[in-house]
Design a protein around this ligand. Structure first.
Ligand code: SAM
Length: 254
């Protein structure tokens, strides 16, 4: 394929496979893809040298790259043309108590599609889940970023207790505490008031927050208790619904 990509190739590239890489991207930069990506391209997509893929790394925008070498040792794709400049996603964190019924993978995937920037598992007193697979969560975050067209991958943090989370919470970041116990402003209103500043959302486990946790949360100046309406939502529904409302009111959906 000639160095300049012709219109057809560019047009076709629209539906191309998007892959997240960690190395730098730029004109003529050759990127060696990892084992999983090599297998996927060579054996699932049966890609050949000359085919095109889209690469992004969370820093240099998105690049159309031509497969210049395809062997068992690893596929090498050489950047030919930048097709998107680097754009961030809104600065919204989701701190969530992992739940038994819904694997965190599902929550991570949906939250990534909804543009979350940090995912922070939190172990509260009533959290039944004691262990989470952070590696798997990170892989799900990458896959969701590739599929959803975002140019960044959400950061997956190591699980912490609620006390630790609050002790280390950046004071300037508003924490919207989804409190099913009532006596809270609506999520819509809280999201509106959070516009323009760093924000986080906190959702509890199947059994909710215990009274001492609710009191401790409500005593903190950066915590804003919010209601998600008159019905009790399952934990994963609450997390995704609150993210969607926030994006619509204060994020990049508005
Ligand atoms: N405590 C209830 C129970 O034991 O069935 C339900 C807890 S709910 C499944 C899990 C979490 O979702 C809650 O801790 C809260 O963060 C959030 N949540 C659910 N419904 C909510 C609502 N209507 N308003 C605010 N938060 C809600």
């Amino acid at each position: 394929m000639s160095e300049e990509l012709n219109e057809t190739a560019l047009a076709e590239a629209g539906g191309k496979t998007r892959l997240y890489v960690t190395g730098d991207l730029g004109e003529g930069v050759a990127v060696t893809l990892d084992e999983g990506q090599t297998h996927y391209l060579l054996h699932v997509l049966r890609a050949k040298p000359g085919n095109l893929v889209s690469l992004f790394n969370g820093r240099d925008g998105e690049w159309l790259a031509e497969i210049t070498e395809g062997s068992k040792r690893g596929v090498i794709a050489t950047c030919r043309q930048q097709i998107d400049v680097q754009r961030g996603t809104p600065d919204i964190w989701l701190a969530f108590a992992p739940v038994k019924k819904t694997p965190s993978d599902y929550l991570v995937q949906k939250a990534a599609e909804l543009g979350v920037s940090v995912l922070q598992p939190v172990f509260t007193r009533r959290t039944i889940v004691s262990r989470i697979n952070e590696e798997r969560m990170a892989a799900n975050a990458v896959e969701a970023a590739e599929q959803s067209g975002r140019l960044t991958v959400p950061e997956i943090r190591t699980g912490v207790t609620l006390d630790k989370l609050l002790a280390g919470w950046p004071r300037e970041r508003r924490l919207l505490f989804c409190d099913e116990g009532g006596d809270a402003k609506t999520m819509t209103q809280a999201a509106r008031e959070s516009r323009g500043g760093p924000c986080g959302i906190l959702t509890g486990p199947e059994g909710g927050f215990d009274p001492a946790e609710r009191a401790a949360l409500r005593a903190l100046p950066f915590v804003v208790p919010v209601s998600l309406g008159p019905r009790i939502l399952r934990a994963d529904t609450a997390a995704l619904a609150s993210l969607a409302i926030w994006q619509a009111v204060a994020g990049d959906w508005s």
